[in-house]
Design a binder for this molecule. Structure first.
Ligand code: GRF
Length: 217
């Protein structure tokens, strides 16, 4: 078959367009971010992490991304001057990298309404418990696992949900359970849930990318 240079350029452009661009937002350790980057690298997820945004300039998340050749930005309301100008900067970055989907992987800030509206049904969050239990404002990190242990639950889990203007209350798209053992400490339970998050994230993002979980309107 004979291709002209123009036809080849066009087909390359089309091929590039078929790869979904994911923006990952993270504030601290970035182990979930790492799982997503690894899942894309080893083709378990047919997409690429196009850009990473953190509100925390000294986060491990930004350190993890530094060696990966992925564009990354430290953006915060403090640096930008206001929540509105932060939102404008975030929207500019998302549009610069043609972002199709946003994944909040341990991002500790509420997104501005203008970002939520622009990416309606294209923003997902991961939560380390079985929502709607153990969610809402203040329910993050060890607070979640402490509450699960205090409630004497025999199982906890991981929830991936769409993001709206209230903490942890968007539509649930996937959940998986994790047992709570009698001998569990806060640390052993947190570690077991986080380990499960790393596998589950990859499975669910792959389902979003391949259309099993719908993206957009
Ligand atoms: C995870 O437990 C996730 O469920 C929650 O924040 C944590 C992020 O962990 N939203 P890491 O920073 O990715 O290690």
């Amino acid at each position: 078959m004979i291709y002209t240079v123009a036809a080849l350029a066009l087909s390359n452009q089309r091929m590039e367009k078929t790869i979904m661009n994911i923006a990952v937002f993270a504030s601290h350790g970035g182990s979930d971010l790492q799982a997503i980057m690894d899942g894309c690298k080893n083709n378990q997820i047919n997409a690429k992490v196009a850009v990473v945004i953190s509100n925390n300039g000294s986060s491990m998340a930004l350190q993890r991304v530094a060696g990966e050749g992925i564009p990354n930005y430290h953006l915060s309301a403090k640096k930008s001057g206001s929540e509105e100008s932060l939102a404008t900067e975030i929207l500019d970055v998302l549009s610069k990298y043609n972002v199709d989907m946003i994944f909040l992987a341990g991002y500790m800030r509420m997104l501005h309404i203008s970002v939520l509206e622009r990416y309606n049904n294209r923003i997902f969050n991961i939560h380390p418990a079985l929502l709607p239990k153990f969610g809402g404002k203040g329910m993050f990190g060890m607070n979640v696992h402490t509450a699960v242990i205090e409630a004497k639950e025999s199982e906890t889990g991981v929830t991936i949900h769409r993001v709206n203007a209230e903490y942890d209350s968007g539509k649930i798209v996937a959940q998986t359970t994790v047992p709570v053992l009698e001998r569990d400490t806060l640390e052993t339970l947190a570690a077991r849930v986080l380990e499960r998050e790393h596998e589950f994230l990859v499975e669910v993002i792959a389902d979003i990318v391949n259309g099993k979980i719908p993206l957009g309107e």
